[in-house]
Design a protein around this ligand. Structure first.
Ligand SMILES: [Ca+2]
Ligand SMILES: [Ca+2]
Length: 174
């Protein structure tokens, strides 16, 4: 009788252990999925806010620019922003925004630099595309700049690349 009871208990323990293990597995899978979904969502939010920040900074500078210089390209834009409105070009007003991809892996850094030695990096997760900046009409007569910017914050949970497109009129040009 004792042995029989003890045997039942072992079977019960075994079954309980098995059920417990299964429940843990299901819970762990659910938590893992939730964490991945979370990481992906925050990654997409990061990508979008990075793009919005870059767009806001670029458009502000385009609006205020007096001239797009003729050496501007599809991935770099060279501007004169006459900040002190004196009609002469000072080094700090000689501004270049550029997508830089030294290792040519298609992932570029967006940076702003000026001839006074200033340099700022806005983000390092931009997608190198063939026409980030387009000019209407061609520089130096440009009065409107179109921006086509794509970013993917990537990392442990790569999200969908996000893209923004906009056109900005240069209020001070011409
Ligand atoms: Ca000036
Ligand atoms: Ca790169």
């Amino acid at each position: 009788m004792n042995q029989r009871e003890s045997g039942m208990t072992l079977v019960e323990l075994g079954v309980a252990g098995l059920i417990g293990g299964l429940v843990s597995l299901v819970l762990m899978a659910a938590v893992g999925l939730a964490m991945r979904t979370n990481a992906r969502t925050s990654n997409e939010v990061d990508t979008f806010s990075l793009l919005q920040q870059a767009q806001a900074r670029l458009e502000k500078e385009f609006r205020e620019a007096d001239r797009v210089e003729a050496d501007s390209t599809a991935t770099s834009i060279h501007l004169w922003v006459d900040v002190n409105a004196n009609g002469s070009l000072e080094p700090a007003e000689n501004v270049t925004w550029e997508l830089v991809d030294p290792d040519s892996d298609g992932v570029a850094t967006l940076q702003r630099r000026d001839a006074a030695g200033g340099r700022q990096v806005v983000g390092t997760e931009f997608v190198m595309t063939s026409a980030v900046f387009t000019y209407q009409p061609a520089a130096p007569a440009t009065t409107s700049v179109s921006l086509d910017l794509t970013a993917d914050v990537g990392g442990k949970a790569p999200g969908e690349p996000r893209r923004i497109q906009s056109a900005t009129r240069l209020r001070n040009a011409g």
